[in-house]
Design a protein around this ligand. Sequence first.
Ligand SMILES: NC(=O)c1ccc[n+]([C@@H]2O[C@H](COP(=O)([O-])OP(=O)(O)OC[C@H]3O[C@@H](n4cnc5c(N)ncnc54)[C@H](OP(=O)(O)O)[C@@H]3O)[C@@H](O)[C@H]2O)c1
Length: 345
Amino acid sequence: MTTTMAIRIERTGPPEAFVARDIPLRALEPTDVHLRVTAVGVNFADLMMRAGIYDTIPKGPYSPGFEVAGEVADVGSEVEHWKSGDRVVALMRYGGYAHDIVLPASDLFPYPTALSPAEAAAVPVAFLTAWVCLFEAAKADPNEAVLILSAAGGVGTAAVQLAVRHGMRVFGTSGAEHKRTLVVDELGAEACFDTHGSWEDEVRTVLGDRGLDVALDSLGGPATRACRRLLGPLGRLVFYGFSSAVPSSRKNLWSAAKAWVQTRPVHPLSLVQPNLGIFGVHLLHLGRKEPVLRVAMPQIFQGVTSGELRPMLDCTFPLTRDGAVEAHRYIHARQNIGKVVLSRV
Ligand SMILES: NC(=O)c1ccc[n+]([C@@H]2O[C@H](COP(=O)([O-])OP(=O)(O)OC[C@H]3O[C@@H](n4cnc5c(N)ncnc54)[C@H](OP(=O)(O)O)[C@@H]3O)[C@@H](O)[C@H]2O)c1
């Protein structure tokens, strides 16, 4: 029986709750691929899963990890497009924090050879989420004004780059001055406001009655209500994250409940007169719309190859139990600009 090292959540808790185990590797089905994992993107949702504040988690012990870069080690008998040695990235619902994984061949994408595995692993979730929010949900047009909350984060830095490239007026928020500077000076946003300041007033001062066309909301709570107030006619609020429910590294149901209550339900009638739309996005639950990812991923990697888009890799930690602990602590401390990746090389 083949086994692999996997970094697991056996009970929810702080980052130190991670354990490393040797577990059996799933047998290769005809349409599967065995991947030797070289790098794993760490996402804020991994932190929420580990803390026990996430809606879709498997029963029993499991490894988090939505995205990996790796090398094909073996392919099932019906797999035609991949061969041993191919370097790929893959998207999955969980399970990426491991040395080896077996997954359907249809979950793989090639990545540009110029990228390191860690850079490649920093791309899929951030850029695809930003892509779906901007272009599939909000149907954003050039010259429209977009506000991107947590603009210096993983999804945020990708969204700023995609929106700037699309010719939009881009505004962001972030809680740290050096991050706000990067969002404007390096990523090309028009302005980036302090999350802890009066950013709602500041956006209103810049845009006046015109308002925002699009708001990408990854926070929830009072920020969602502020985004809604800032939207102009036919403005679209895309709600895709609930970071405000996790203010620290420990499970805090009081904070989660407070964020939930502060987000407040919306009655459809209240959207009519101001001509507003509210959209929810979850990258891994696209169902029959999943092919949009197959169209988007090559275009994103093409943008990376041409230099128009940049994988925002902040730093790497080893793909070990201790590396995962450190990576989660780092993101909880809000130190990351762009992505944190667990790397085996
Ligand atoms: N729906 C989907 O399919 C999907 C896919 C990917 C991600 N997401 C969601 O999108 C959000 C961003 O994900 P990410 O992986 O790119 O993470 P990220 O933005 O890199 O997360 C870290 C940053 O979020 C901000 N933040 C964290 N906790 C906060 C809090 N309690 N209050 C205010 N700001 C807080 C901080 O930014 P500043 O220091 O700059 O303020 C922090 O540096 C998360 O909510 C995640 O769950 C959703």
